[in-house]
Design a protein around this ligand. Structure first.
Ligand code: E4P
Length: 217
């Protein structure tokens, strides 16, 4: 399972990268706004800065919602760095844009996916990644993890190569459950990754080992 971090915060990206287990980064316009990144040039520079920190794929989202606009924006984003993956919303023109980029060999991430039908379309259009938003489904009392299972089942039925990128991951149990189901990738906050480290018995055990070692000196 690949681990992506879902942030545009450079310090958090550096921290996750330093752990040695980071495979990529996802961003979205809200995450860019949270970091105060405004204006086309600054946005582009920020994506480049992220690419300099990590070794893997970095999703950069288009703002346009029409086919021509998405193609123009996506091509400019893809030219910024070889690690850039063009993030396209699951709308009608988005499906056309996914197909266009897939034929050109440009990697894509189909975002804002909330149903198995949308995921099926994204795979048919040749998306590199499909991003079902599990946390936002949970927020409206719908089972986000069930959507990951459905998509896994459908993709395995037909051998689709589109990778299931479990998005809107909110906590560590989401990560573990996605791994059990067989999501290819998860993207979440640093806390969801660091939570995997923690177990009270590890802390208690380590404290005892160190105390016994000290007594023995
Ligand atoms: C995915 O690529 C999105 O950036 C993200 O996971 C959305 O998560 P949220 O629902 O926590 O905003």
């Amino acid at each position: 399972m690949k681990f992506f971090i879902d942030t545009a915060n450079l310090e958090q990206i550096k921290e996750a990268q330093a752990l040695g287990i980071l495979d990529g980064v996802t961003t979205n316009p809200s995450l860019m706004a949270k970091e105060g990144i405004k204006g086309e040039d600054n946005v582009k520079k920020h994506y480049q800065a992220i690419c300099e920190i990590v070794d893997g794929d970095v999703s950069a989202e288009v703002i346009a919602t029409d086919f021509d606009g998405m193609v123009k924006e996506g091509e400019a984003l893809a030219q910024l760095h070889e690690q850039i993956v063009v993030k396209i919303p699951m709308i009608k023109d988005g499906v056309k844009a996914l197909k266009y980029f897939s034929e050109k060999g440009i990697k894509t991430n189909c975002t804002l996916v909330f149903s198995a039908g949308q995921a099926l379309l994204a795979a048919k259009a040749g998306a590199t990644y499909v991003s079902p938003f599990i946390g936002r489904l949970d927020d409206i009392s719908t089972d986000g993890l069930n959507l990951i299972s459905e998509i896994r089942h459908i993709y395995d039925n037909y051998g689709f190569e589109t990778e299931i990128l479990a998005a809107s991951v909110r906590h560590t149990m989401h990560v573990i459950d996605c791994a059990k189901i067989g999501a290819d990738v998860m993207t979440g906050p640093l806390s969801s990754i660091e939570g995997l480290l923690k177990h009270p018995l590890t802390d208690i055990g380590l404290e005892k080992f160190l105390a016994d070692h000290k007594k023995n000196q």
